[in-house]
Design a protein around this ligand. Structure first.
Ligand code: ZN
Ligand code: ZN
Length: 342
């Protein structure tokens, strides 16, 4: 069953399922240009998802073989998974921000053993217990990683510039945070239904109507720079709020209006979360201990193994922010390092 929607003004969307994931599906947008349809994101790499993409495109009057180009908001597999297959079918170019292209290149070139060793060391430094590390150490040398074969883009999306879409005005807005190279894409054309505001915004995972995107660390075994992804995310949010698009076309859930109100909700959410963490940090805690005490969508002991990595990286991203703001500090001489409210 093809599920498509016509958003007017030569923009349609179709749903590509994400297998075994509560998010359900990725919204892939089809933007008409003078040289053929261009896709914003492509969906998860899975035979069923490919069928859904093909059926959705057919319902939009086109096919994978007719796609002129693919614009990717960020490197995650629910967005970029099928890009390679589309390029194979049509010869379409694939465009992505340089920082996310680097992530793909690194993932393709790094041996799985190196990743497992890196992750085990990182989690140990964050205070993870030995029973959590054991499976990672055991996995060295035999497991494969998702995204290993993900397609290398052939064009860079340059922040602030218009993309090469004949007949359309689509400008890239760099919105790091969820990933280092996440971009939103601003369609600088009047809203087809005359809604007030400035054009429409393809927001990827940066701005979603009902959920907050995961903000972790930009994991890179070759880079020891202390980044501040949550700080990047909050800055990017404010920038998007100021754009004031008439409508937001996100990559999950559904389109919505009043982007500035949603931006404010998310800013408040993160400010509340940071304040809540400070209350926990009256006693020194490792990132792992902090993650155990944070509020998640279920109790810690029911969070599955893999999701605990994500939770800990989110705790670390918040700690980085607090340290950068001077509201928390590392306890000198602690090993693994603990943090306390300043
Ligand atoms: Zn994502
Ligand atoms: Zn996503």
């Amino acid at each position: 069953m093809a599920q498509t929607a016509d958003h007017g003004g030569g923009v349609r969307s179709l749903r590509v399922p994400i297998p075994d994931n509560p998010l359900g599906h990725t919204l892939v947008y089809v933007v008409d240009t003078d040289r053929g349809p261009v896709l914003v994101d492509t969906g998860w790499d899975d035979p069923g998802s490919w069928d859904a993409l093909t059926e959705g495109l057919a319902a939009c009057g086109t096919s994978p073989g007719e796609i002129h180009g693919v614009v990717i908001t960020h490197h995650h597999p629910d967005h970029h998974g099928l890009s390679g297959a589309v390029r194979e079918a049509s010869g379409a170019w694939i465009a992505m921000h340089a920082a996310d292209i680097s992530v793909i290149r690194r993932t393709r070139e790094t041996r799985p053993e190196r990743w497992f060793a890196y992750m085990a060391d990182k989690l140990a430094a964050a205070g993870a217990p030995e029973e959590h590390l054991a499976p990672l150490r055991a996995a060295r040398g035999r497991a494969s990683l998702p995204g290993l074969a993900s397609a290398l883009p052939d064009r860079e999306i340059v922040p602030g510039e218009l993309l090469d879409l004949p007949g359309r005005r689509l400008r890239a807005v760099w919105t790091p945070g969820h990933t280092p190279g996440h971009v939103c894409l601003h369609l600088e054309e009047e809203h087809p239904a005359g809604l007030p505001g400035h054009g429409r915004l393809f927001s990827g995972d940066h701005l979603l109507p009902e959920i907050t995107p995961h903000i972790g660390l930009y994991e890179d075994p070759d880079d020891t720079t202390v980044t501040d992804p949550l700080g990047d995310y909050l800055d990017s949010l404010e920038r998007i709020g100021r754009l004031g698009p008439a409508e937001v076309l996100p990559a999950h859930q559904h389109p919505f209006t009043d982007a500035p109100a949603r931006v404010n909700q998310l800013l408040t959410h993160h400010e509340d979360r940071l304040t809540g963490l400070l209350a926990l940090l009256t006693t020194p805690l490792t990132p792992w201990q902090l993650a155990e005490r944070m509020e998640w969508n279920r109790p810690w002991d029911r969070i599955p193994y893999g999701s605990r990595h994500i939770a800990v990286s989110e705790a670390e991203a918040h700690l980085r922010r607090l340290v950068k703001l001077g509201r928390a500090e590392a306890v000198a001489g602690s090993d693994p390092v603990t943090y306390v409210a300043a």
